[in-house]
Design a protein around this ligand. Structure first.
Ligand SMILES: Nc1nc2c(ncn2[C@@H]2O[C@H](COP(=O)(O)OP(=O)(O)OP(=O)(O)O)[C@@H](O)[C@H]2O)c(=O)[nH]1
Ligand SMILES: [Mg+2]
Length: 204
């Protein structure tokens, strides 16, 4: 990992994977590698520290899936408050100025796209990719303090959804044609179901 960049990676992983069935999708293997390990591997070259947000009960399995990698864990103080709460827990755990934020179920986010988002976010509150006309909360880069304020606003003044965090943050938008230079559509798909996993395995 690069030293002294002021850049963190935050992996939000405290969900229950209900659409996936009775397995935590974060630790399911994609082509032999646990999904969350692929996420961390994609982030690591672009950042100087990695924070994994999760529930306390997920830690043993995550520690096994991430063995040998340098990560810190940020446990949710209150469970099941949704991805914005997880994002906030993760952002609270770093002193970096900017953080790349990713969900645990996006195993193919290219490091080069993360680098591009960091560069685009400089002097702004963040940078998010636009895909299919929608600004995407993950993967994104946020100014950590601005991101924390946006999470709090989304909870207090709105319904606590990720899209509201993006609205409040008002980040730079990286247009889809630029995103496509770094990642094809499959690379940014998230895995919610066994069928999604099957497609991802076919791809690798
Ligand atoms: N910390 C935390 N993270 C969450 C929570 N809910 C979802 N997430 C995370 O947010 C990201 C996107 O959420 P989903 O794709 O809906 O994942 P999920 O909630 O585990 O899966 P479903 O139960 O099928 O909706 C994933 O990385 C989840 O781990 C939560 O209550 N707390
Ligand atoms: Mg969910």
């Amino acid at each position: 990992m690069r030293p002294d960049t002021g850049r963190a990676g935050v992996v939000v992983a405290g969900g229950r994977s209900t659409r996936f069935g009775d397995t935590d999708k974060a630790t399911v293997r994609v082509d032999g590698v646990p999904m969350i390990r692929r996420v961390v591997d994609g982030l690591a070259p672009a950042v100087d520290e990695i924070v994994v947000n999760c529930r306390r009960g997920q830690r043993p399995a995550f520690e096994a899936a991430l063995s040998g990698l340098e990560v810190r864990f940020a446990e949710d103080p209150i469970l099941d408050r949704g991805p914005v709460a997880g994002l906030r827990t993760g952002l609270q755990a770093t002193t970096a100025e900017y953080a790349a934020v990713v969900a645990c179920d996006m195993p193919f986010v290219p490091t080069a796209l993360v680098d591009h988002l960091f560069a685009a976010a400089r002097t702004h509150t963040g940078a998010v990719p636009e895909i299919g006309g929608q600004r995407q909360p993950f993967p994104a880069v946020v100014h950590v303090r601005a991101g924390l304020t946006a999470c709090a606003d989304a909870f207090v003044h709105q319904r606590g959804r990720l899209c509201e965090v993006v609205d409040v943050l008002d980040p730079v938008v990286v247009p889809e044609r630029t995103v496509r230079a770094y990642a094809d559509s499959a690379a940014l798909r998230n895995i919610n179901t066994r069928a999604d996993l099957y497609e991802a395995r076919v791809r690798t």
